[in-house]
Design a protein. Sequence first.
Length: 313
Amino acid sequence: MARLPAAEKLPLALRKNVRDEWENNKAGLEKELSEHLGTAWTIDINHLAIWPYHNDGYAKESLGSCIKAYVEGAIYQIKYVIGKYGDDFKNEINTLCSEHVLTLDLEETSPPRFSYGGCDVLDGKLRMLFVEANLGVNIDYCCQEDALTKALNTAPVVDGAPMSFVVRMGIRTDYDAQIGEVRKQIAELLGKTQDAVTLNPNFEATYAALEAARPAAADREDWQRNLANFTFRYFDSLAYQMKYLKVGEDEMVQEGVLEAVSTNEYAFRIVDKLKYESYCECDIEDGVLYLQCTPDNFGTNIDYVASKLMDRL
């Protein structure tokens, strides 16, 4: 799609609106955005390049007010998401949007990725986007959580971040925040200290295996969002099964676990083929107990992953 040429000059009334409503407020909005993100950000919007896409509504008569509303909407949404997820989300935005620039531009992808507007990350800049003929429509939703998350998740991978944004955030919120209690339970059942027990989620290997297994893994479209949560649930199911087997009460059973899992390491992994079950299973190799499944059954029947633990001892 060929872009329309930028306007050379706007009518006087429109120039005044741009000055009064946008240019006079730009510095304050940059300050507000920077405060929320904890580092200096700038806002770079070429109003002359945008105006040719106006329809007969808001943008045509009040371009400055329209641009200001886009920026205010983005700041509100960013503030909301940071308030929900904390500094981790803030740090991710600052890292993936390395230029620390907010801009507004035309959605040039064909067909459009959005109905009216959305956002993406291009050349290190966070871009609010409007679909042609929809400039000024649904302004407040360009950077809403789902759109912003998708934009960050599809941004170019940064150095030292082998997994996607969604997976990294999920590890922090859905795994790291909960796994300590599960590790504590397993350690107590074994009569060990927490430091003596290792839970190995193998996140990077799981991510690589599921990514490589497409389209099989794509059958569960939310696999990236659920990678950390499902991994946590596999370990939680192991703890439940160990309680059911009375590992903490029956000395013979406890001794059997300690002898078989001599390294005190419990790990999750993706395998090409299962040995014993149809969906997921546990297995012991070289003193490590593995909770495992195939890529196409990741997240299926999680509660049964250690149901045959006694058979493996």
